[in-house]
Design a protein around this ligand. Structure first.
Ligand code: MN
Length: 188
């Protein structure tokens, strides 16, 4: 947990430095308050998944890169265990397990996302060209895309544009476990 906080704090500081952004500029780009950004950089706050996503979108980095360091060189064969990776930050109602974190050579994030009952989040559009794919493994959930909430049951999959307004919600009584591939076409 502390390790993750340290990683996020270091990553955020270096992203901001790379871009030459003040805290004000970073707050404007991400929609995360200056006070919260300062707390995260000082390692005083563990942000919710919603905040992590805002940071990733504002800085145009993958959400997984904020959760753990990317390996310098990863082997082609890689075995990952969601039970050891799942994080449920703060009171966010959504757990994320970065199964195969973003690597420039592949261009996607592959994650297990678990939505607890009652969870609802509207997402700001990601950068142009981003496409999301979600497969429901258990439970059911709804995805908002093109102004319609689409119900997905276990076994069903959806592909939708991540660069348009979209949302995720679980109005059911059990958690929804999903696999998600987010493709970032223009990122290195
Ligand atoms: Mn999204």
């Amino acid at each position: 947990m502390q390790e993750r906080k340290d990683h996020l704090s270091r990553t955020l500081k270096s992203l901001r430095k790379d871009r030459g952004w003040s805290l004000d500029a970073a707050a404007a780009a991400t929609g995360v308050s200056k006070a919260m950004l300062g707390q995260i950089e000082r390692g005083e706050s563990s942000p919710t998944t919603a905040v992590l996503w805002k940071l990733a979108t504002g800085f145009r980095v993958s959400v997984s890169s904020l959760m753990e360091p990317l390996p310098e060189i990863s082997s082609d064969t890689l075995i990952r265990d969601a039970d050891n990776l799942r994080q449920l930050p703060g009171d966010s109602g959504m757990a994320v397990a970065p199964l195969f974190p973003f690597e420039p050579r592949f261009g996607f994030d592959y994650m297990e996302l678990t939505f607890l009952p009652g969870y609802e989040r509207r997402s700001e559009p990601h950068e142009p060209g981003v496409i999301e794919h979600i497969t429901v493994i258990s439970g059911q959930m709804e995805i908002l895309t093109e102004n319609l909430w689409r119900l997905l049951k276990a076994g069903q999959s959806i592909r939708f544009r991540g660069d348009k307004p979209h949302g995720y919600r679980n109005k059911g009584s059990e958690k929804a476990v999903t696999l998600s591939v987010i493709h970032y076409p223009h990122r290195s």
